[in-house]
Write a protein that binds this ligand. Structure first.
Ligand SMILES: Cc1cc2nc3c(=O)[nH]c(=O)nc-3n(C[C@H](O)[C@H](O)[C@H](O)COP(=O)(O)OP(=O)(O)OC[C@H]3O[C@@H](n4cnc5c(N)ncnc54)[C@H](O)[C@@H]3O)c2cc1C
Length: 374
């Protein structure tokens, strides 16, 4: 289990920085097979980036072993990368060599209300610049999502006194002892640095309000709120969940235009995101008093996918394909890429005994569904 690994390496002042709400239940093989992401990808990358080697049992019973952990190994196709993110369709991962990092000695966590989502990329750059690339999380948590959390968990304390239409949960972390030292104001240097960046941004008008956690209890409360998001959206009623990726500079335009278009279909949206990676969890929900099933989901879904494709996005950022997105693979994946995926699956698993019917649609794609190759 992922959390077991994290607890074990923690005893040696190390971290395995794959961070998401399922870490207390998911297995390392599952996280690798879905190339899981989460809130720390902005600094450490997805599961793929954290894996230096795997052992896997292939459909013919042979064993592939790349556990050596070499950083350089240009001896043909990268079979480790092929099996990571394959959702169990090519083989079963039985062991992995994982990359560990030194545990940070200082962490500073803030919740801010941004003037506009358009200002987010600039704020991320400033934070990276002023902290030497120490941003560990840059999570989008707008007001409707904080509302949903407060409704699902009434004991939740809102992070700010007022509303935050564009709320962001930010964390920076450092392994340098100097960042943990107390400044004249009494707070650790990293906290003071984060406060100073936010003060400048309040001055410039990009940040409207913000709070920096001054204790581990406050930091934990902010993260508990973040990790309660999925449960809270589920609690709010039926919803259709997209897991989208966009170039970071297109995110604000996508959200404002898409939200307006989605409202015309009668839905409301509940959006959160690993914003530092341009990853949005974009949920279509029914407004209060409206039956979700009475709304035109198919049309709204198409509108989202069309705009996403036009803006250079991906319909699966980190949750993978499984069965539920097979139709999107047929519709949106470049025919050349789809053909290559089918050829790989057929070559390695000719009898289709590994997780059949998942990830790669194997039947020929009908002519009318084919997208023009770019
Ligand atoms: C509350 C919550 C929050 C989440 N947040 C995030 C998030 O922020 N980011 C993110 O990326 N994901 C998130 N997830 C999804 C999470 O990444 C996956 O649930 C998890 O990584 C999958 O691991 P698992 O052990 O549960 O795998 P399973 O669900 O059991 O399997 C997932 C897939 O991997 C295959 N598989 C499993 N084990 C192996 C193996 N050993 N070898 C080959 N194939 C295998 C299975 O066949 C299946 O196709 C979240 C999930 C929950 C419940």
């Amino acid at each position: 289990m992922l959390e077991t690994l994290q607890n074990a390496v923690g005893e040696h002042d190390l971290i395995f920085p794959l961070m998401f709400g399922a870490r207390g239940s998911c297995m390392i093989g599952g996280a690798l097979s879905t190339n899981a992401g989460g809130s720390n990808v902005v600094r450490y990358g997805s599961a793929r980036a954290l894996c230096l080697g795997i052992e896997a049992v292939m459909p013919d019973g042979s064993i592939i072993d790349t556990l050596h952990g070499l950083r350089k190994d240009n001896t043909g196709y990268d079979l480790r990368d092929l099996l990571i993110g394959a959702e169990g369709t090519l083989g079963i991962i039985t062991a992995a060599t994982l990359q560990l990092f030194v545990q940070p000695v200082a962490q500073a966590t803030a919740f801010v209300s941004l003037r506009s989502l358009q200002d987010a990329p600039a704020l991320l750059n400033i934070l990276q610049d002023r902290t030497g690339g120490a941003v560990e999380a840059f999570e989008y948590m707008p007001e409707p999502v904080v509302d949903a959390i407060c409704q699902a968990f009434p004991d939740t304390q809102r992070p700010l006194n007022g509303t935050a239409e564009t709320g962001l949960l930010i964390e920076v972390a450092s392994t340098r002892p100097i960042d943990a030292e107390e400044t004249e104001g009494g707070s650790p240097r990293l906290n003071a640095d984060l406060l100073s960046v936010l003060a400048d941004q309040i001055e410039s008008g990009a940040v409207l309000d913000g709070v920096v956690a001054t204790s581990e209890r406050q930091r934990t409360a902010l993260w508990q709120m973040r990790e309660a998001v999925l449960e809270s959206i589920t609690h709010a009623g039926k919803a259709y969940h997209f897991d989208l990726a966009l170039p970071l500079q297109n995110v604000a335009l996508f959200v404002s235009n898409m939200d307006a278009e989605i409202a015309e279909f009668g839905f409301r949206t509940l959006t959160i995101g690993h914003l530092g990676d341009g990853n949005l969890h974009y949920a279509l929900a029914a407004p209060g008093g409206v039956d979700f099933d009475s709304l035109p989901l198919a049309a709204a879904r198409s509108a989202v996918l069309d705009r996403l494709a036009a803006m250079g996005g991906s319909f699966s950022a980190e949750h993978g394909i499984g069965q539920s997105k097979l139709d999107l693979m047929r519709l949106q994946k470049q025919p050349s890429q789809l053909a290559a995926l089918q050829a790989i699956k057929h070559a390695l698993d000719p009898k289709s005994i590994m997780n059949p019917g998942k990830l790669v649609p194997m039947e020929p794609v009908p002519q009318h569904m084919k997208r023009t190759a770019r």
